[in-house]
Design a protein around this ligand. Structure first.
Ligand code: GLC
Ligand code: MG
Length: 578
């Protein structure tokens, strides 16, 4: 399968490189950096949206799906970027935000103007006759950015009630109106968008919050007093609509690669989305493993990550998708998450060790790894000290909600600082200059520690970047990584993530067995080693000075002692051991 040995690099275009001195990243900036991207050895580059947008949710509120935002460049720039990447064997992966459109999109404007055809593109519902505020809203659903998920459709009276008596659904910001996929015309329009980009040669797509498109009619309340997202998530229609989209667009290209972003999802649903015979998607992102530092499932809390729970989730998902023939996208970071290095590692004293350990944990796993820009040089959360440093609507809303709920501002800030999406959206740190080599002027979001952490320093003698390149190359060299079977190892160990991969190709070719051990602790830990791997070769480790190239001469005992945040992968290659 084309994507089993692939690695995807994610670029947040607004923050990668500013070529025209307006403080905002752009497509020509990315073109300048293609040699760097190619040097990583990746196969795809996923670009967050660069389409025209009023920018209330940084480009996820799209006002035209089939154009380039003038602040980012032109269609010619995009074609040149795709061709430049293509010359290095890299394919662009475009972000398709088809659950909702900007309220400035022509479709919503025409709905507002009263055109029935476009009203039918959206969820527009009358107020409930029975209730006082807020129960007059069509359902009790909560927006993922806070507040109710319904906003007045059209002008409002002095009490903020719509003169039309109607509300429209927005599961995200009020400027992002949910599209009603029950309408076949909406589904045809969605396929047209994908086909527009296919005509520009694009073969890879990421589908934003796509498990929200199959809402069950009639829209029903979540159980009283809860924000139970299951009422609108992973409905059975999602599978039908994805299959239909697949057949009408990307599925016509044998080399297409797709990934769906699945919020609040289940293993069972994701097997369905990705088992090849179902012709839906190639792979999925799920987020359960990135909620192990949410106290009682609440994002805006301060909590150390629950490592046993993290291990359980990674294991359950890997085993579950393997058993069902599905495929996972593997990631720690993206533009919506604080830096994993700060969450699961030690971004200070053990920055190199924890960055490389985290990378090892997912790059040798069953699935397709994603690297989010800056991760490969060990970028950290910015050293911000005030909510004014943050731009993101979600972070600002959360800060004010926490303060309104009575939290002291310092505490509210500490919480937001630990979880904010902008933590990952600071400019890529190319060098130690005032603007981090990102721009000649003040960037839209402030970098803070480029003096210590930057690409130039890593290229000149850093240890994180070369480690990532090696991991990326290994996936292509060894079928045991791209195709091998997964089994957990020492699942009950509270500190060390362990797993085995086995590949038995048959036909007399030697097979391979791989053991991966990753310590999530800043102290030494001892972990068991299976007998057949005690004499294995060291495939990769982040403590190369402490490990021999192979244990063939002097095998390990029944256990091995791991250093803080150590990653150790041992391999044996022999038909006999399989
Ligand atoms: C996805 C995107 C996020 C965006 C949201 C709404 O979760 O990754 O950035 O805010 O969808 O489009
Ligand atoms: Mg610019």
């Amino acid at each position: 399968m084309t994507f089993h040995d692939a690695v995807v690099y994610q670029i947040y275009p607004k923050s990668f490189r500013d070529s025209d001195g307006d403080g905002v990243g752009d497509l020509r900036g990315i073109i300048d950096k293609v040699p760097y991207i190619a040097s990583l050895g990746v196969d795809y580059v996923w670009f967050n949206p660069f389409y025209p947008s009023p920018g209330h949710d940084n480009g996820y509120d799209i006002s035209d799906y089939c154009a380039v935002d003038p602040a980012m460049g032109t269609m010619e720039d995009f074609d040149e970027l795709a061709a430049t990447l293509g010359a290095h064997g890299i394919s662009p992966m475009l972000d398709m935000v088809l659950n909702h459109v900007s309220t400035e999109h022509e479709w919503f404007r025409r709905a507002l103007a009263g055109e029935q055809r476009y009203r039918d593109y959206f969820y527009i519902r009358p107020a409930r006759a029975d209730g006082a505020a807020p129960t007059h809203l069509p359902t009790n659903w909560v927006s993922k950015f806070g507040g109710p998920a319904w906003a007045p459709f059209g002008p409002v009276d002095d009490d903020g009630r719509p003169l039309s008596g109607e509300y429209y659904l927005h599961l995200f910001d009020p400027t992002q109106a949910d599209l009603d996929w029950h309408n076949p015309e909406v589904r045809a329009r969605a396929a047209e968008v994908v086909n527009f980009w296919r005509a520009h040669g694009v073969r890879a797509f990421r589908f934003d919050v796509i498990n929200l498109i199959g809402k069950t009619e009639p829209l029903a309340d979540a159980p009283a007093g809860t924000d139970d997202r299951r009422v609108y998530t992973d409905g059975p229609l999602v599978h039908d609509y994805l299959h239909e989209l697949n057949r009408a667009s990307f599925g016509q290209d044998p080399d297409s690669v797709t990934v769906g972003e699945m919020s609040s999802t289940s293993i069972e649903a994701c097997v369905g989305y990705t088992a090849p015979e179902r012709q839906e998607l190639a792979m999925v992102f799920n987020f359960h493993h990135l909620k192990v530092d949410y106290e009682n499932g609440e994002k805006w809390t301060l909590m150390a990550p629950d490592i046993p729970e993290l291990k359980r989730l990674l294991n359950d998902w890997t085993l579950g998708l393997q058993a069902g023939g599905g495929w996972n996208a593997l990631f720690w970071n993206n533009h919506d998450q604080p830096r994993a290095l700060n969450r699961f590692g030690d971004a200070g004293r053990h920055r190199y060790e924890s960055a490389t350990m985290l990378a090892t944990a997912i790059h040798l796993l069953r699935g397709t790894p994603y690297v989010y820009m800056g991760e490969e040089i060990g970028m950290t959360d910015p050293l911000y000290t005030s909510i004014e440093d943050y731009v993101d609507v979600e972070a600002r809303n959360a800060f004010h909600a926490l303060v309104d709920a009575g939290r002291p501002p310092e505490e509210a800030f500490a919480i937001v600082h630990s979880k904010a999406r902008d933590n990952a959206r600071t400019p890529m740190q190319w060098d130690d200059g005032e603007h981090a080599g990102f721009s000649d002027v003040e960037p839209w979001l402030r970098p803070t520690n480029q003096a210590e952490i930057n690409v130039a320093a890593e290229e000149a003698g850093g240890r994180i970047l070369p480690y990532y390149k090696r991991l990326i190359a290994l996936r292509k060299e060894l079928p045991v990584i791209s195709e091998g079977l997964y089994e957990p190892w020492e699942l009950d160990d509270p500190d060390v993530l362990g797993y085995l991969r086995t590949h038995a190709p048959g036909g007399g070719e030697p097979g391979a067995r791989l053991l991966v051990l990753c310590s999530f602790r800043d102290h030494d830990t001892e972990v068991r080693v299976p007998a057949d791997l005690a004499a294995g070769r060291v495939l990769i480790t982040n403590y190369p000075d402490r490990r021999p190239e192979s244990y063939a001469e002097r095998p390990l005992g029944p256990t091995v002692r791991l250093a803080p945040y150590e990653a150790l992968a041992l391999i044996v290659t022999s038909p006999d051991t399989l």
